[in-house]
Design a binder for this molecule. Structure first.
Ligand SMILES: [Zn+2]
Length: 369
């Protein structure tokens, strides 16, 4: 049964760039067959394509005890991978795009709901556009259609409960200079030299950030990276512009703006030393992290149900948006994140089945009167 649901889900191509209307229609039919009430939250993405967040409820309410959350979209797949949309079982593993990220969790959630009696209200939340920046979940966090006490967010963690995650922030830094012949540097100002001074300062900021320790994480502090840099037009021209990306992953106890403030103070110092110094910072992402206490009922329940100790991750998930709906959140699901996002993605059958059983226990524990 659970394998059939997963096979159906994998058969529907739901790569983020396409509309997720087809998979949502399928989930709606499944949920309605379980007597759940469904609500659609459609929006149009930036390329004009219809995307839908779907909420299914065991009662007509706006406050629920527990939400099981899975994203409907997947990353793209190689067209030569024949199993991508045709779930294939081999050696106890089920292969297909989305098998572990995150259609396996969705199949487990649908199976768990079917086999359980809940007295307190329960929701299934299916989101769009997770893989392209948590966009669907952010829409829900903004719209606040529901208040949630506990949420279980599906992501491949090999059934390890993840109770905290770092945030994710991104900015583009544009440093301006003045072009001139490199034989006469006094006639211009090199944007590359200016950018280099800023990058030196960012390296010091990175060291400074290590003071603010959050021991649950590896590494236990906010990290930053300059992953891309581009500047100048020719070897014998003073660079007129230099751009670089600044990415940082703040620990959940530190607001994303903290690094930005340190950086802006560094820019102000540069401007004091060089009044012609020009620099723009375009912050494009500020996804907050999340943290649920180690002794939360949800964490201890999932630790007991899986036999796995809770942990943390350094990448972004929809848990932060579920916290914005008022909930304590844990990220957990079958399959390994290392198998996701690549050809040959799979979910182990036994983990898939254990996930359904774990969710059934969670519903019984949290939603029984
Ligand atoms: Zn995922």
């Amino acid at each position: 049964m659970i394998k059939e649901i997963l096979a159906d889900l994998v058969r529907i191509d739901s790569v983020s760039m396409r509309s997720n209307a087809e998979i949502v229609a399928y989930l709606e039919r499944r949920c309605e067959a379980l007597n759940l009430i469904t609500r659609r939250f459609p929006y149009t993405d930036e390329r004009g394509i219809e995307k839908i967040n779907l909420i299914a409820l065991t009662a007509d309410v706006t406050e629920v005890e527990l939400a099981l959350v899975g994203h409907t979209d997947t990353v793209p797949y190689d067209p030569n991978w024949s199993e991508a949309t045709s779930l294939t079982e081999r050696d106890g593993k089920l292969y297909g795009r989305g098998a572990c990220d995150t259609k396996g969790f969705i199949a487990a959630a649908l199976t768990a709901v079917e086999n359980v009696k809940a007295n307190k209200p329960l929701a299934l939340i299916f989101t769009a556009d997770e893989e392209v920046g948590l966009l669907g979940a952010k829409k829900l966090a903004q719209a606040q259609p529901l208040r949630v006490r506990y949420s279980i967010v599906g992501e491949p963690t090999s059934l390890r409960p993840i109770r905290a995650g770092k945030g994710y922030s991104l900015a583009e830094v544009i440093v301006k200079g003045r072009e001139a012949h490199s034989a006469y540097p006094a006639l211009g100002a090199s944007a590359v030299f200016r950018a280099a001074r800023l990058i030196n300062r960012l390296e010091s900021i990175a060291t400074q950030l290590q003071q603010d320790q959050h021991p649950a994480f590896d590494p236990p502090y906010t990290t930053l990276n300059i992953g891309l840099i581009h500047g100048g037009s020719a070897k014998n021209v003073l660079a007129g512009e230099c751009r670089f990306t600044l990415e940082w992953r703040p620990v959940p106890t530190q607001p994303s703006e903290h690094l930005l403030e340190l950086f802006k103070a560094a820019i102000a110092e540069e401007q004091q030393a060089d009044p012609a110094f020009q620099c723009e910072v375009e912050a494009s992402r500020q996804d907050t992290g999340f943290e649920t206490a180690r002794d939360s009922a949800l964490v201890t329940l999932l630790e007991k149900a899986t036999g796995n100790e809770s942990g943390t991750v350094a990448f972004g998930t929809e848990a932060a948006q579920m916290m914005a709906l008022g909930s304590e959140a844990v990220v957990i699901g079958p399959g390994n994140i290392r198998e996701a996002h690549r050809t040959g993605e799979f979910v182990p059958v036994d983990e898939l089945e254990r996930c359904a059983e774990m969710l059934r226990r969670a519903i019984q524990n949290l939603c029984r009167a």
